[in-house]
Design a protein around this ligand. Structure first.
Ligand code: COA
Length: 192
């Protein structure tokens, strides 16, 4: 489906997707990633990223999701998936409390209406439920994600110059963030 969905971003339910359902919905997951790259997001891929490559990326996540090393949460717009966030649980014996956040994506037509904030809050809650109390990520300095994480109480450790190429081929800085979780560390709802 490519047209607008009846569900507004504020109403989109957020839920975990298991490996079987993720496999069944690889095309929708791929749509979200392709849309993000096409709109300039720095999410590991370069301009021209295709739906086949998007399906391949998500297919590669399935064993980790099935094995419990990763957890995928989605915004489910009913007829289609409209947002994703992945938790990567650290596997090292000395880091059972740690996880990374990645592929924090909202379909471009659903942005700036609170879905990203809700997805991030859901990821934080899922991490905490899994006993993961320290979250890490990095994102392009100055990007929408950079602002979102700061607004949600993440701590910027610092910037790494020339960390990655942007989708259109410029070297850009990334900011490394962390968040220590606790009951008092929930992502606050938007003030409006
Ligand atoms: C980052 C992203 C997930 C945010 O999703 P979203 O649904 O638009 O986010 P929200 O509407 O919940 O925004 C929450 C807050 O984040 C900040 N924010 C979000 N998008 C922003 C933008 N384009 N510019 C500046 N601030 C932004 C704002 O503070 C916003 O609050 P406000 O709307 O009350 O001002 C979305 O822009 C996206 O998918 N971007 C491409 C992928 C990406 O870069 N992901 C992060 C790195 S993995």
């Amino acid at each position: 489906m490519t047209g607008p969905d009846a569900t507004t971003p504020a109403e989109v339910p957020i839920r975990a997707l298991d490996a079987a359902e993720a496999e069944a919905r690889l095309a929708e997951l791929s749509d979200i990633l392709v849309d993000a790259v096409a709109h300039g997001a720095s999410v590991n891929f370069m301009a021209g990223f295709t739906h086949a490559e998007g399906r391949e990326f998500w297919r590669g996540q399935l064993p980790g999701i099935a094995g419990g090393g990763k957890r995928l949460l989605v915004g489910d717009g009913g007829g289609r998936l409209v947002g994703t966030v992945l938790l990567f649980f650290a596997h090292q014996p000395n880091a059972p409390h740690r996880a990374e956040v990645g592929k924090m994506l909202v379909l471009s037509s659903y942005r700036r209406r609170g879905l990203g904030r809700r997805l991030l809050a859901a990821a934080e809650a899922a991490a905490l439920d899994a006993g993961r109390t320290l979250l890490l990520l990095d994102t392009e300095t100055g990007s929408a994600g950079d602002t979102l994480y700061r607004r949600c109480g993440w701590i910027a450790v610092g910037g790494i110059p020339d960390h990655s190429f942007t989708a259109d081929g410029r070297l850009a800085e990334a900011t490394v963030f962390y968040k220590a979780l606790g009951p008092h560390h929930r992502c606050p709802a938007a003030s409006r």
